[in-house]
Design a protein around this ligand. Structure first.
Ligand code: KIV
Length: 273
């Protein structure tokens, strides 16, 4: 299958993603948490923008994704939606906003959709949250699943190592992926699992499978924007490709600015009134 793109659709919808899977066109997805970055990546042509709960790490500086609140996710998502013209915007439901019961899950999803204008929500987990997913879907809200390394459960795992290497866990993951598809999810993210397992799930399921550390034989890829741009620099999992070293670029720009200010070289004659 050629990577040459057909004519770009005006707006990416869940149906467009399904068509992309059918014709073998890979789906590109990145995170964004604010208006300015969302505007750049939307205009650059990204298919899906995930307002990830990784905002908890990247924007707020927490060690895990657990502390970020529903109100904070809504703030980030509304900022992103204001910038977007073409991409599909998916918002992570944060820890504590859906695990209690399906009514709580539905109320949280409704808040996200009403207060942000986003197009879909993402939840971590398999069969154990199927009832909540069903209830959210019944309200007409598209749901993306997330299996494998699910960071909201990090204290259960105890470590960020590759998941589902053992047969039992791999079998459960495949079963969960089928449950998510049968329940009506429009797509599933697979995080940090063996590439052959990513390929298997992608082949068995009809819905698009988006990988992060799940190998290349899935239907699309997602990375955290700040990681792939090299803004974060103290996090280097094997799956991460850095396309830039913005940490270095920003540091050197700020150093130049400081020097100019200290030496009375900024502003110059043309930069004042
Ligand atoms: O929150 C996030 O950024 C995510 C991606 C890693 C898939 O869930």
């Amino acid at each position: 299958m050629s990577v040459a793109q057909t004519e770009k659709p005006k707006r990416i919808t869940t149906h467009v993603l399904q068509e992309m899977k059918i014709r073998g066109e890979k789906i590109s997805m990145l995170t964004a948490y604010d208006y300015s970055m969302a505007k750049i990546i939307d205009r650059a042509g990204i298919d899906v923008i995930l307002v990830g709960d990784s905002a908890s790490n990247v924007m707020a500086g927490y060690e895990t994704t657990i502390p970020i609140t529903l109100d904070e996710m809504i703030y980030h998502a509304a900022s992103v939606v204001r910038a977007v013209e073409r991409s599909l915007v998916v918002v992570d439901m944060p820890f504590g906003s859906y695990q209690g019961n399906s009514k709580e899950a539905l109320n949280s999803a409704i808040r996200i959709m009403k207060e942000t204008g986003a197009h879909a929500v993402k939840l971590e987990g398999g069969a154990e949250i199927a009832e909540s997913i069903t209830r959210i879907l019944c309200a007409g809200i598209p749901v993306m699943g997330h299996l494998g390394l699910t960071p909201q459960s990090i204290h259960k795992f105890g470590t960020f190592v590759v998941r589902a290497r053992e047969e039992e866990e791999a079998k459960k993951l495949v079963e969960d992926a089928h449950v998510l598809e049968d329940t009506g999810c429009f797509s599933v993210v697979l995080e940090k699992i063996p590439a052959r397992l990513g390929a298997q799930v992608s082949q068995e399921l009809k819905i698009p499978i988006i990988g992060i550390g799940a190998g290349r034989f899935v239907d699309g890829q997602v990375l955290v924007l700040h990681d792939m741009l090299g803004i974060t620099h103290d996090f280097s999992p094997r799956f991460l490709r850095r396309y830039h070293n913005l940490y270095q670029e920003i540091t050197s720009s700020v150093n130049n600015y400081i020097t100019d200010v200290k030496n009375l070289e900024f502003p110059n004659d043309k930069e004042q009134y």
